[in-house]
Design a protein. Structure first.
Lengths: 109, 122
């Protein structure tokens, strides 16, 4: 099974900061990687799909990059509503399978 | 407007079978490329994918849980049912159903239910 390792597990930052989260896959997943935001008591929300594509309606301060085994997620110019937990998710189609990273909790400094 | 809602017992006893229903609206599970998946999240922990059922009735399960899971759909009622046998306290979690959109090989979990907390305790 493919494993995803997210780092850091937690992060403190200030409004306006640029933050980056990484997700390392245990084997080549091409670009089959998505990023989600989850706020306390809420379901996750899709932000980025296929490593670098912004989901419709998601602000452009969110971005993603990477391929193969190394991926990054960046928020440029943190806003108050961005403090949440972020998950990377790998999917496969043969057969369908999903794996989530362990999450990165982004807190206000 | 796409919505999904999970329903089922909040409390089950160890060894019992859990049955959860996902009732959705705003899409049809007979539409090519659409699927419904179940994902759970133990309190304070990460998300774990459980199962998926596709528009063509193909079914897929987590390798680690496949012997305990069963997923089915009733297209006419817009419902998907997940059963999990032999429940254990470690299965205590919020269970989410969500829509998956498969487009040109890309899987997007684009709409989620609010989740339902299931506690396993005697």
């Amino acid at each position: 099974d493919i494993q995803l390792t997210q780092s850091p597990s937690s992060l403190s930052a200030s409004i306006g900061d640029r933050v980056t989260i990484t997700c390392q896959a245990s084997q080549d997943i091409i670009n089959y990687l998505n990023w989600y935001q989850q706020k306390p008591g809420k379901a996750p929300k899709l932000l980025i799909y296929d490593a670098s594509n912004l989901e419709t309606g998601v602000p452009s301060r969110f971005s993603g990059s990477g391929s193969g085994t190394h991926f990054t997620f960046t928020i440029s110019g943190l806003q108050p509503e961005d403090f949440a937990t972020y998950y990377c998710q790998q999917y496969d189609n043969r057969p369908p399978w999903n794996t989530f990273g362990q999450g990165t909790k982004l807190e206000i400094k | 407007q796409v919505t999904l809602r999970e329903s089922g017992p909040a409390l089950v006893k160890p060894t019992q079978t859990l049955t959860l229903t996902c009732t959705f609206s705003g899409f049809s599970l007979s539409t090519s490329g659409l699927c419904v998946t179940w994902i759970r999240q133990p309190p304070g922990k990460a998300l774990e994918w459980l199962a998926r059922i596709d528009w063509d009735d193909d079914k897929y399960y987590s390798t680690s849980l496949k012997t305990r899971l069963s997923i089915s759909k009733d297209t006419s009622k817009n419902q998907v049912v997940l059963t999990m046998t032999n429940m254990d306290p470690v299965d205590t979690a919020t269970y989410y159903c969500a829509r998956v959109r498969v487009v040109a090989g890309t899987d997007l979990i684009d709409y989620w239910g609010q989740g339902t907390l299931v506690t396993v305790s005697s």
